[in-house]
Design a protein around this ligand. Structure first.
Ligand code: 6PG
Length: 519
């Protein structure tokens, strides 16, 4: 089968060459100093700056994004129908090189070839890499833009390095719209390979205050790790929003439209974020019957795995990631719908005294949401810090907050504060100890506590709110009850304990004479 890569050349709209076109030229090794960028095509024949393999919605939108930014984009999909559809519907948006076989696809890309693969995480990524390998040359760059497990990305990074191929595991956030308009991009792998693609991906990414939402994250699977934690935070953020919604509905009998108004109002303040904004939009939507759509959506949350992986990694690292983990568990419980429906019949239901809310009631829920959100982010960043130390990745946490300010699902005003917290010279041991967050949670605490207490006393589940405040209470306590745990461990397993009053490890002969020995 031969390539049909020139098929759409004539359809290209003439665009003035932008500053970034020159960047693209540089990225391609074309249009170097002294060479007018506009000569690029005639000088090198006719080559694409970048390839996109896998043209489902995310892949197609990324390809369109690159093409709209004046990059020449080679596109290939296993089923040519998708390629044809992309060219038919969007071929005029830029300069595409559609190919119907993988050899023609790779031949149409300037060397060293940057190829973004956008296929389902897991086995399909390995299969596509195997398929690509015979068509690649030393130094070519495979960029996995899916939601791959970071350990898979680390494995691929090393395996491909042995073959002379450079691998970039790049987390991409922003959904379909972000992929098209400018996502947040988290590339990890080989730094030199990133330098090669940097002029392209930083142009494709969202921009906030002139700064691209894309930066090199770290080696191996660091990019996908960071994307995974981003998604974990996304889970916590969404669960907290759902709990706030549930409280307004269950305690105060508010309808979806009224709750939408409240979220829209909250979006004008410190909670301003993409997720709060779309919460208002989802709650406001009415279906064909004229009723709020949300009231007819089945209450079973699905998940593809990134939140669960985040919690699993936190367990491995020993990081208390309670908010995100509760959010994962809440989705799991929501998924047991049949069992819940049985339980709803078998167990007594709380009689909630529903009444109209005061402004103070609504403000209290807002404060609980904000304080819990701070805890969720503080935990997520603690996990990133622990992973960086464990894997030797040297993650720059302030940079992560910077590239999450735009394009991604958790983009929020709040991330500016995290960015500022990491911008000083002093180390940041924990975000809850930074003045700005310490003061915010302390100010919110009375309302936060009252909301959680009320929810528990009325029988309304608020696992993420409650686990966040429990974490806060445990975190700020100089002495907890783990002394007793250590005593118990020593009793049944001679696991030994440390003492407050002197150094060393000790064991008590519980079952013998009761004496204490130093071990
Ligand atoms: C993003 C999203 C994206 C995807 C999630 C959904 O950052 O753009 O996180 O990656 O929507 O994977 O995850 P669940 O299906 O697990 O909710």
């Amino acid at each position: 089968m031969s390539s049909r890569r020139v098929a759409c050349r004539c359809r290209r709209k003439q665009r003035p060459r932008s500053r970034h076109s020159e960047a693209a030229s540089t990225a391609s090794g074309i249009g170097k100093a002294g060479t007018p960028p506009k000569n690029r095509v005639s000088l090198l024949g006719d080559l694409a700056d970048i390839g996109v393999l896998g043209l489902a919605t995310m892949g197609a939108n990324l390809a369109r994004n690159a093409a709209r930014k004046d990059f020449n984009v080679a596109v290939y999909n296993r089923h040519p129908g998708r390629t044809e559809e992309l060219i038919r519907e969007h071929g005029s948006e830029g300069r595409f090189f559609p190919a119907t076989d993988i050899g023609a696809f790779t031949r149409s890309i300037v060397r060293p070839r940057p190829i973004i693969i956008m296929v389902k995480a897991g086995k399909p990524v390995d299969e596509v890499i195997e398929e690509l390998l015979p068509h690649l040359d030393e130094g070519d760059i495979i960029i996995d833009g899916g939601n791959s497990l970071f350990t898979d990305s680390s494995r691929r990074f090393h395996a491909l390095k042995d073959k002379g191929i450079r691998f970039v595991g790049m987390g991409i956030s922003g959904g379909e719209e972000g992929a098209l308009e400018g996502p947040s991009m988290m590339p990890g792998g080989e730094r030199e390979a990133y330098a090669r693609i940097e002029p392209i991906v930083t142009r494709m990414a969202a921009q906030v205050d002139g700064t691209p939402c894309c930066t090199f994250i770290g080696p191996e699977g660091a990019g996908h790790y960071v994307k995974m934690v981003h998604n974990g935070i996304e889970y916590a953020d969404m669960q907290l929003i759902a709990e706030a919604y549930d409280l307004m509905k269950s305690l105060y009998g508010l309808e979806a439209e009224a709750i939408a108004d409240i979220f829209a109002e909250w979006n004008k303040g410190e909670l301003e974020s993409y997720l709060i904004e779309i919460t208002a939009a989802v709650l406001r939507k009415r279906d064909g019957t004229g009723k709020p759509l949300v009231d007819s959506i089945v209450d079973e949350a699905e998940q593809k795995g990134t939140g669960r992986w985040t919690a699993q990694s936190a367990l491995d690292l020993g990081v208390p990631l309670t908010s995100i983990t509760e959010a994962v568990f809440a989705r799991a419980l929501s998924g047991s719908r049949a069992l819940r429906l049985d339980a709803a019949k078998a167990l007594p239901q709380p009689a909630i005294p529903v009444r109209a809310p005061t402004q103070a009631d609504i403000d209290a829920i807002r404060d609980a949401l904000y304080a819990s959100k701070i805890v969720a982010y503080a935990q997520g960043f603690e996990q990133l810090s622990a992973a960086s130390a464990q894997f030797g990745w040297d993650l720059h946490l302030g940079d992560l907050a910077t590239i999450w300010r735009g394009g991604c699902i958790i983009r929020a005003r709040f991330l500016n504060r995290i960015r500022e917290a990491y911008s000083g010279l002093d180390p940041v041991p924990h975000l809850l100890l930074q003045d700005v967050f310490r003061e915010a949670v302390v100010a919110a605490e009375p309302n936060w506590r009252a909301v959680v207490a009320r929810a528990i006393s009325e029988g309304i589940p608020v696992p993420a709110f409650a686990s966040s405040i429990a974490y806060f209470d445990g975190f700020r306590r100089g002495r907890g009850p783990a002394n007793l745990l250590q005593g118990l461990r020593d009793y049944f397993g001679a696991h030994t304990y440390a003492r407050l009053d002197r150094p060393g490890r000790f064991h008590t002969r519980w079952g013998q004479d009761g004496s204490e020995i130093e071990v």
